[in-house]
Design a protein around this ligand. Structure first.
Ligand code: SF4
Ligand code: SF4
Ligand code: FES
Length: 905
């Protein structure tokens, strides 16, 4: 800590940070542009000027940039000195010379950092009378809109895109008055983090193109805190809605999870909620002859299906909330509840849950990942399976070179200097062992491309190098042995080593190997951490609730004689082969599907009950960090759509069975789940319950407005509808309610007086860039047992042997296209690959050897005709199939398949 004097008042502040960051933490309003709490300082915009005095006798002082000035004990500064105020007003005046002043038609208007800073700096009169420079805008693809005339040359965009996220196709071009931020030519921005430009750019240069299609001003949006549903990381989001349509997703700061950034799948994948495949009304009867019905009609019709049938079977889902899965399990009974994941995934996630519960290492949050100083990734292409994790790993570079920066007396937040110093060193101590090349390879010190079994062997060998208690690997090649020794040495030297694996290459042996490495590190006294990724938003939560394998449901249905099956938010055709799902649904007496989007399974149902999506319902998910997080509805309730747990409750009421009574609100189900499932006992703490009030008032979902709300349907009626009541949360569907800042888990929007843009986040943090006041949202369900004795897996797999005329076909996950729901959003679909088969060029040579050749792949008797895509790094004898794309049988992978020359193009 240090004491500094600001305008002659003493303040206790943190040393080691910049003056700007500390002044903002103290609540002072200093305008800035190029500085960002995650990007650090480069001193480019000259907007954050303050005056620094040598001592109390110094009356002149000198103008300094507060973002570039370190805190010194006893320093004296002035924020309000007339000279610096004038300086700041002049700076913004010349930054604004070429700005078009088109706020009324700018998508950023009303939530623009440039607008806020202009007002804050006191620049009110435009003296510039000359022609403004203008630029040609680019088509940057389906996600980002480009309007370069609004640029103020703060360089934040390329500092984020290139330096922070590792992107290559966004650059600064030209010089002087004509600096241009864009691509060398029109085209979709390649980085999966491009959407963050919308929030990083302090003006309206980069804006959300998906919002533009159904544009609504910030003050007309209804917003709620929510959780991204498109992978297992559970990044925190703010959902914006108007008139029943989700309009956009913004980042919701969580210091332990996603910080300031999301991936593009999370930001732009929301439009499945507005899609034409949505189920918005119950329907009865076979799909092609189905009839739409009202909710009471449906429940009456279902009575015959479920009242007398004691043989209900329930299929859960990793994309449904804890409450929905728990309700279904309660209804059908533990013996008749089946996890709706492929048997492979069920086994992998159960393995992960078991390891996490007995591991002596902490499960790493993304905050922890950024602070790791050596990383070993086994089998996981995290850029595709858990994109935000890959972004966090890129920042671990800075931690790895912390010692070097200290020696050179460079503060880590002095961004340009710190990056240049780090570049003097070799790549960071990140070691990646995967079957295919990854987008993190450019920062890795060691790469190993191999089959899953060989990756597992490398992991087992590293663990044995660290501790002889861990099993040894026999017949290891010299090359593998020295590789294992090098990785072990780097991990041993590190202060915060991190081991990452997951279900990406579908190998339990790889996950066990990762667990052995982390156990060995803990055994030798290292502060090691573990991160195991899972595929879906509630994969870990579903495993915690527990249930039988899907294949067991397929068997039981035959023995049971046509029971009624209830499928919860799940397309079973993505979980098992078509023939087995067809047989299952055919034998079932009746099939009731509760889901929000039409798919192949809903097409086979006798009864379709429209479920709420994350935007229309509230509930709890458990992330791969074992963090339970609450999400809240943003769209008001509708007549026929309701949360899945409410449909289950209604079915129970018909049957007169559990859980029919007493479940009126989400809190009732959450509490019952917490009481029943020991691992979930603390989930009610994930957020305050529905009774929470601030000075007796609810929290408004809409911001207060000085003028009236813009009425879109004014031609029909000038009055707004009466807002609906929300029984499940402390939020109001209106602008009525408390204005005081809510607890961290209940922040529906970032806004503070004078701060209308996302930069208002700082006003909710206990220190700028640090945790939110009261702690970051969510509750961790698994913590390490410090005294746990490491238990090592002992089954080391044999080395991979390629087969003659057969290929081991592995699933390859893609950030765009592999995930079921986001793939239906037009912006994501546009960036998804078309199905193909990946082969090493050596293997591909037998089938024509070029990318325009086709190949016939046979797996389990089914033949798929696919074009070849060459993948240099893929080991010989292995083929890769894009996971989740239409017509790709990834539920049954990995599997051995044969290849034949395919149909000509
Ligand atoms: S495009 Fe935006 S972020 Fe980039 S330099 Fe211009 S104003 Fe700054
Ligand atoms: S990393 Fe995963 S959770 Fe985070 S925004 Fe992307 S898809 Fe959503
Ligand atoms: S914010 Fe300090 S110079 Fe830009």
């Amino acid at each position: 800590m240090a004491t500094i004097f600001i305008d002659n008042q003493p303040y206790e502040v943190c040393s080691g940070q910049s003056l700007l960051q500390q002044c903002l933490t103290l609540g002072m309003d200093i305008p800035y542009f190029c500085w960002h709490p995650a990007l650090g300082a480069v001193g480019a915009c000259r907007q954050c000027a303050v005056k620094e005095f040598r001592d109390e006798k110094d009356t002149q002082g000198r103008v300094v940039m507060s973002c570039m000035t370190p805190i010194k004990d006893g320093m004296r500064i002035s924020v309000n000195d007339p000279q610096v105020r004038e300086f700041r007003a002049h700076v913004i005046e010349w930054l604004m010379e070429n700005h078009p002043h088109d706020c009324p038609i700018c998508d950023e208007g009303g939530e623009c950092h440039l607008q806020d800073m202009t007002v804050m700096s006191g620049h009110t009169y435009r003296r510039y009378r000359f022609k403004k420079r203008t630029f040609r805008n680019q088509d940057l693809g389906p996600c980002i809109n480009h309007e370069m005339n609004r640029c103020i040359t703060c360089y934040r965009c390329i500092r984020f895109y290139q330096d922070y996220a590792g992107g290559h196709d966004l650059r600064a071009f030209a010089s002087k008055d004509h600096v241009y931020f864009g691509r060398h030519t029109d085209g979709t921005l390649e980085s999966e983090f491009s959407g963050n430009l919308v929030e990083i750019c302090p003006t309206g240069v980069f804006t959300d193109k998906t919002l533009k299609k159904h544009y609504t001003r910030k003050w007309d949006l209804q917003t709620s805190p929510s959780v991204c549903v498109h992978c297992g990381l559970g990044c925190n989001i703010i959902v914006g809605e108007r008139y029943g349509k989700v309009r956009r997703i913004l980042n919701r700061y969580n210091g332990q999870v996603n910080g300031y950034f999301l991936c593009d799948r999370g930001r732009f994948g929301y439009e499945f909620v507005n899609g034409d495949k949505r189920l918005r009304q119950p329907s009865l009867g076979a799909y092609e002859r189905s009839a739409l019905a009202t909710k009471p009609q449906t429940l009456a019709a279902m009575a015959d299906l479920v009242r007398n049938d004691r043989r209900l079977i329930g299929i859960g889902s990793p994309r449904a909330s804890l409450e929905a899965n728990f309700a279904l399990k309660t209804l059908v009974g533990a013996d008749r509840f089946y996890l709706g994941t492929s048997d492979t995934d069920t086994h992998l996630v159960a393995t992960i849950l078991d390891i996490l519960q007995r591991s002596p290492a902490k499960i790493a949050s993304l905050y922890d990942v950024e602070r790791a100083d050596a990383v070993f990734i086994l089998g996981e292409d995290v850029s595709n399976t858990a994109p935000r994790l890959a972004l966090a790993l890129r920042q671990a570079l800075r931690t790895a070179f912390g010692g070097l920066l200290e020696t050179l007396h460079i503060a880590p937040w002095l961004d340009r200097a710190a990056r240049q110093a780090s570049a003097l060193e070799a790549a960071s101590p990140i070691y990646i062992a995967t079957p295919n090349a990854t987008r993190l390879d450019d920062i890795a010190r060691g790469l190993f491309r191999a089959a899953p079994d060989d990756i597992a062997r490398l992991g087992f060998a590293v663990a044995h190098e660290l501790s002889t208690q861990a099993p040894a690997v026999t017949d290891l090649t010299d090359e593998m042995g020295s590789r294992a020794a090098a990785i072990a040495a780097a991990l041993r030297q590190a202060s915060h080593p991190l081991i990452i694996s997951g279900i990406g290459c579908a190998s339990p042996a790889v996950i066990h190997a990762a667990a052995n490495v982390v156990a060995a590190l803990c055994e030798i006294g290292k502060d090691a951490q573990l991160c195991l990724t899972v595929a879906e938003v509630n994969s870990l939560g579903l495993a915690m609730i527990g249930g039988h394998r899907l294949s067991e449901a397929f068997a039981v249905v035959h023995e049971d004689g046509a029971p009624t099956v209830i499928v919860l938010e799940n397309d079973l055709y993505r979980r098992a082969s078509q023939s087995s799902v067809d047989a299952f649904l055919k034998v079932a007496g009746h099939v009731i599907v509760i889901d929000h989007t039409a798919n192949n399974t809903t097409a086979m149902a006798d009864c379709r009950l429209p479920a709420a999506t994350f935007a229309e319902g509230s509930g709890t998910f458990v992330s791969s960090e074992a963090r339970a997080q609450r999400f809240f509805s943003t769209v008001g309730p509708s007549e026929n759509v309701q949360e899945s747990w409410r449909w289950v409750r209604d079915i129970a009421a018909i049957r007169g069975s559990e859980p029919a009574s007493g479940w009126n609100r989400l809190d009732d189900v959450t509490a019952a789940c917490a009481q029943t499932v020991p691992l979930l006992h603390s989930i009610p703490e994930a957020a305050p319950n529905a009774n929470f009030r601030i000075v007796g008032q609810k929290i408004p979902r809409e911001p207060h407005r000085a003028s009236g709300r813009t009425a879109i349907h004014a031609q029909e009626h000038i009055s707004e509808h009466r807002p609906p009541t929300d029984r499940d949360s402390p939020f109001a569907f209106s602008m009525e309610g408390a204005l005081n800042p809510p607890p961290a888990a209940l922040i529906p929007v970032y806004w503070a007086p004078r701060w209308n843009s996302v930069a208002a986040t700082a006003k909710f943090q206990s220190e700028v860039g640090g945790p939110l006041r009261g702690g970051d949202p969510g509750v961790r369900l698994i913590e390490p047992a410090p005294t746990a004795i490491p238990i090592y897996a002992v089954e080391v797999p044999a080395a991979f042997q390629r087969r003659s005329q057969e290929w081991l076909v592995l699933p390859l996950y893609y950030v765009f296209g592999s995930e079921e729901l986001s793939a239906q959003a037009p912006a994501v679909a546009d960036r998804s690959p078309t199905p193909y088969l990946c082969l090493n060029p050596e293997d591909a040579a037998a089938f024509g050897g070029a990318e325009d050749c086709r190949v016939g792949l046979t797996i389990n008797g089914d033949v798929y005709d696919l074009p070849i895509q060459l993948m240099n790094d893929l080991p010989v004898g292995i083929a890769g199939l894009p996971d989740g794309l239409p017509g790709i049988p990834t539920a049954s992978l990995p599997a051995w398949g044969t290849l034949a020359r395919g149909l000509p193009l």
